[in-house]
Design a protein around this ligand. Structure first.
Ligand code: AHR
Length: 316
């Protein structure tokens, strides 16, 4: 269908757009985490640097707000739409509407269950791989020792919560010494991460029966670290902590010996998205359906204080 965007009147519309400033709508999930804040900041910065008029909408974690925002962008006749979808399902109708209006949609950081002909491209990491990098770190670190793991999941129904769980489980599958004994959502927030960890600690002999925490993002890990300390235990030693994102605060925790490892998710999803849109709008270059960003593992051996210093001013 995307090729059809370049035919006839649509091609004329695109070349007209390139001549003037582009207007791009961005439906953001909310501000549940430090990573999300950085993605918002960087998207606004990238838009400004490129002279793009960015129409920003904060959905406050609600899919219905995102659907309304996308509909409003379509009604306004924007040139393109960036969508960071809070959950994976329920997007078909609104994506069809954008397609009907010949407005390309780029997904940022999370995936949808819809057919991939309903969007131009998706920029993000391999979320299953992120989970498996975290799981492999634990496999290597415990080296055959018994390890009872508690898991803080991300937002229920979101692609990172689903895929990071799958990836971690795949990595530990052949290692009978490692077992996930409790798993619950902490909704990607620091406060819920702390609350849920408190309940895990209570249920697991004050934490004495927990060997490791796997959190689907760093913010939940930071909240959980606080709960572990309040329970009189040493995070990073009594309970290993591995999570995902690589936000500045997890590097501070790593520098203090209170977290052990994190898998990086770049918050600059907008740069590659705008590049893909520019090429598409200039001469119809079709991007790959998935533009993959890197997933690098950081441990306490990777200069956490330096990583904190390098990241702290980047909008997290
Ligand atoms: O979709 C990416 C995830 O969303 C980040 O890992 C998490 O911090 C955010 O809330």
């Amino acid at each position: 269908m995307l090729k059809t965007l370049l035919t006839g009147a649509a091609a004329l519309a695109i070349s007209t757009t390139i001549a003037g400033a582009q207007t791009i709508g961005f439906s953001q999930i909310g501000s549940e985490s430090g990573w999300r804040a950085a993605e918002t900041t960087l998207t606004k910065q990238q838009a400004e640097e490129r002279g793009i008029d960015l129409k920003f909408s904060d959905a406050q974690q609600k899919q219905e707000n995102q659907i309304a925002a996308v509909r409003s962008f379509v009604a306004q006749g924007v040139d393109a739409i960036l969508l960071a979808p809070v959950v994976a399902t329920g997007w078909d109708a609104v994506l069809e509407e954008a397609k009907e209006a010949e407005i390309p949609v780029v997904l940022l950081d999370r995936q949808v269950d819809s057919s991939d002909d309903l969007y131009l491209t998706a920029v993000g990491s391999d979320l299953v791989h992120e989970g498996s990098v975290a799981g492999q770190w634990l496999v290597d670190t415990v080296a055959g020792e018994e390890c009872r793991v508690v898991e803080l999941q991300g937002t229920t129904g979101s692609s990172p919560a689903i895929d990071r769980k799958t990836g971690f489980e795949q990595a530990i599958a052949d290692h009978g010494n490692i077992e996930i004994v409790r798993s619950q959502t902490g909704d990607f927030t620091r406060s819920r991460g702390k609350e849920v960890m408190e309940s895990f600690l209570q249920a697991e002999n004050g934490g004495a029966d927990i060997c490791a925490l796997y959190a689907h993002n760093d913010d939940m890990a930071v909240g959980a670290i606080q709960a572990i300390k309040e329970a009189g235990l040493k995070p990073g030693e009594d309970i290993l902590v591995v999570s995902i994102d690589a936000v500045p605060d997890i590097f501070l925790a790593m520098a203090a010996g209170e977290a052990n490892a994190t898998v990086e998710l770049t918050p600059n999803m907008a740069g590659p998205a705008f590049d893909a849109l520019k090429a598409y709008m200039t001469d119809g270059t079709m991007p790959e359906k998935f533009i993959q960003t890197e997933s690098k593992l950081y441990t306490q051996a990777d200069d956490p204080q330096g990583e904190y210093d390098r990241r702290k001013g980047l909008g997290y």
